[in-house]
Design a protein around this ligand. Structure first.
Ligand code: SF4
Ligand code: SF4
Length: 172
């Protein structure tokens, strides 16, 4: 049998005084440092081209959406948040979505839909706030997803810029 000799604790150690003093010294030091707490929502987060908020459908200048209901974003979505029903049109673009829903409670803002879209029809907006009174209200349909191109232009330009890294010199 091995007997482990334990150090005899002093009275101060038994009362956790060294830890208390160390903890209070940290608290005291922090009291005089500049606070880093953000008073949200009065102090909102800074939004930049890199901000990946909720996905939105681009509305072009002729008031139509660029989506041709190919379903690639639906297939790419890892959260199964997108539901699309395609339909025919009489326009040059023969297909458009009759139904395009994104369940915002499922969406994890990953941006895969943006990357998958071959028509530049869906982009990540800088809209981060999400609140409502029912689950149904947070399933966004086409009308709730539409945003004018100008509102998404900063993100569109950024995505186009970073995508040039995949282009070979001959394809530019
Ligand atoms: S951002 Fe990601 S999770 Fe959200 S709809 Fe697009 S692919 Fe799905
Ligand atoms: S948003 Fe893009 S990827 Fe999704 S269905 Fe429309 S065209 Fe296809």
């Amino acid at each position: 049998m091995v007997i482990v000799k334990r150090k005899e604790l002093s009275l101060a150690e038994k009362l956790y005084l060294p830890e208390v003093v160390r903890g209070l010294s940290v608290t005291f030091r922090k009291m005089f440092e500049k606070p880093i707490t953000r008073q949200y929502p009065e102090e909102p987060l800074e939004k930049t081209e890199v901000t990946r908020g909720q996905p939105r459908l681009v509305v072009k200048e002729d008031d139509s959406i660029a989506c041709v209901s190919c379903g690639l974003c639906e297939a790419a979505c890892p959260a199964y948040a997108i539901t699309i029903d395609g339909g025919e049109t009489d326009r040059a673009i023969e297909r458009e979505p009759k139904r395009f829903d994104i369940d915002m409670l499922r969406c994890i803002l990953c941006g895969f839909c943006e990357e998958a879209c071959p028509k530049d029809a869906i982009f990540m907006s800088d809209e981060l706030e999400l609140a409502d009174y029912s689950r149904e209200a947070l399933i966004y349909n086409i009308e709730k997803l539409k945003r004018p191109q100008a509102a998404l232009q900063q993100r569109i330009d950024y995505v186009k810029k970073i995508n040039t890294r995949w282009q070979t010199p001959s394809s530019t």
